[in-house]
Design a protein around this ligand. Structure first.
Ligand code: GLU
Length: 473
């Protein structure tokens, strides 16, 4: 979007402290700051607030960069607060010189307390600001007293640093969590003292965990990159997080990042806290997965496929069909591994082992018919005999079109046998012959996926297995 000449360019920032893994609430803040900047042709800046030397850790900082990159929240500038200490010091000196702050002698009460700090000379007045989310907020700052703005001239506290940094970085929209509302009156007083223009503020409602407790870095919230590692799509994550506490109205739930940028309106953010709901997130993710092209879907899925399967000769010819089959079921890509662990993937690539009792369907499905292992072997032999007549590729022309190996033609061949021997018995047995499992996709889809040769071979194996079983028992 163009920035009209006469309008100030909007500059927002995300100012995380790398003192733990940031959670979805933190990144939702980043997202809204990003949307406001992008929607208005402005700038989105990143400031790593790493002045708490004891609690800040490089691994957390690295994770912030990784997460922003994964989400595709590109920033237009980046600063580390620890690199800015000289600037903070200059402002502190100026404030002291102008008697807007002073060095205060303290009486240490406990170990570690300082004998000296720098306090702000509070003008003790009512501060009023208009929050873009919550409307007008007025606070009498008298209660705050002469609050501390630095532990020493080289060691500013958050209030001073954040004001100086936002001012110098040109930030004119401060978008942050509502836990900062009590700090804002202090910040406005400091801004007035240093002659900084007052930015617009938007304090965002908190994001709660499913159990309605506050998501918290200190409580060890999971890093958002865990979702990446489970095969969630960044677009889905953005879509879902954007909707915690905001929606554009209407029925639509699924949006791309660009659509959200277009629709986003910070003044429509709800005041109440929102809940991070894993079930809803999965649903949104699945919707985004379904929007992927078959190629993109496969690429994503393949990163989670058990490695030994992907090296098999059967892998390449079958993986596309497997993608089509699982597409309906998966809510995130790593679920393919859970399916594999449950034995629901391997049979697409490797012939299964059998259990005679599973091959023989339940009495209920047999509808009272007597059926021995030998009897079932005979039925499977018939199925194989008929299926052998179907060519793999080049079909013969029969009434109704060309016949070649696919799920429809396999069904047409098996159906009459099923009709005469019992549908439950035949379709069940062929399916289990192909998958080895009580539950699996239907035999026609399986036959198409693994192809003619493998289908015939597996039916033969099941038949032989049943015969041997008969001889032994
Ligand atoms: N570093 C602060 C935090 O992580 C954010 C400060 C701000 O956004 O003004 O809570």
């Amino acid at each position: 979007m163009n920035n009209p000449e006469n309008k100030e360019q909007i500059i927002t920032r995300f100012a995380p402290s790398p003192t733990g893994y940031l959670h979805a609430g933190n990144y939702r803040t980043a997202l809204y700051a990003y949307f406001v900047a992008r929607k208005n042709g402005g700038k989105f800046l990143l400031r790593i607030e790493d002045t708490d030397r004891e609690r800040s850790e490089k691994q957390y900082e690295a994770n912030i960069f990784e997460t922003l990159e994964w989400l595709g929240l590109e920033f237009d500038g980046m600063e580390r607060q620890s690199d800015r200490v000289a600037n903070h010091k200059a402002y502190l000196e100026k404030l002291i010189k102008e008697d807007k702050a002073y060095i205060s002698k303290e009486t240490p009460v406990k170990e570690g307390d300082r004998a000296e700090v720098i306090r702000f000379r509070n003008p003790n007045k009512v501060v009023t600001f208009t929050d873009l989310v919550r409307g007008e907020i007025s606070v009498d700052t008298t209660d705050l007293g002469d609050f501390v703005i630095a532990k020493s001239i080289d060691d500013p506290v958050f209030h001073l640093a954040v004001v100086v940094d936002d001012y110098e970085m040109g930030v004119n929209h401060v978008i942050r969590g509502e836990d900062h509302i009590p700090n804002t009156p202090r910040h406005i007083l400091i801004m007035e003292a240093v002659g900084a223009p007052i930015p617009k503020f938007a304090h965002l409602p908190i994001v709660l965990a499913q159990d309605r407790t506050k998501l918290s870095k200190r409580k060890g919230a999971l890093p958002l990159t865990d979702y990446r590692d489970r095969g969630y799509l960044p677009e889905a994550m953005i879509n879902y997080m954007a909707m915690i506490g905001w929606n554009p109205g209407g029925e639509q739930d699924i949006f791309t990042k660009d659509e959200i940028i277009d629709l986003f309106d910070i003044t429509k953010v709800q005041k109440g806290g929102g809940i991070f709901d894993d079930v809803k997130l999965k649903w949104v993710n699945r919707e985004h997965m379904l929007k992927l092209s078959p190629e993109e879907y496969k690429k994503n899925l393949e990163t989670f496929m058990p490695e030994h399967l992907s090296t098999l000769d059967t892998y390449k010819p079958r993986i596309d069909s497997v993608c089509t089959i699982v597409r309906d079921r998966l809510e995130y890509f790593k679920q393919i591994q859970e399916m594999y662990d449950e034995g629901d993937i391997e049979y697409f690539f490797v012939a299964p082992l059998y259990d005679a009792d599973i091959l023989l369907c339940s009495e209920k499905m047999r509808k009272g018919k007597d059926l021995t292992h030998a009897g079932l072997a005979k039925i499977l032999a018939t199925c194989k005999l008929e299926l052998e007549k179907l060519p793999e590729e080049k079909g013969e022309f029969v009434e109704g079109g060309e016949v070649k190996w696919n799920k429809e033609s396999v069904k047409n061949v098996l159906w009459p046998i099923a009709e005469s021997e019992g549908r439950g018995i035949v379709l069940w047995a062929v399916r289990v012959a192909l998958s080895g499992k009580e539950k699996s996709p239907d035999p026609f889809i399986l036959a198409e996926t693994i192809g003619r040769d493998e289908t015939l071979a597996r039916i033969q194996r099941a038949e032989t297995f049943l015969k041997e079983k008969t001889i032994v028992s």
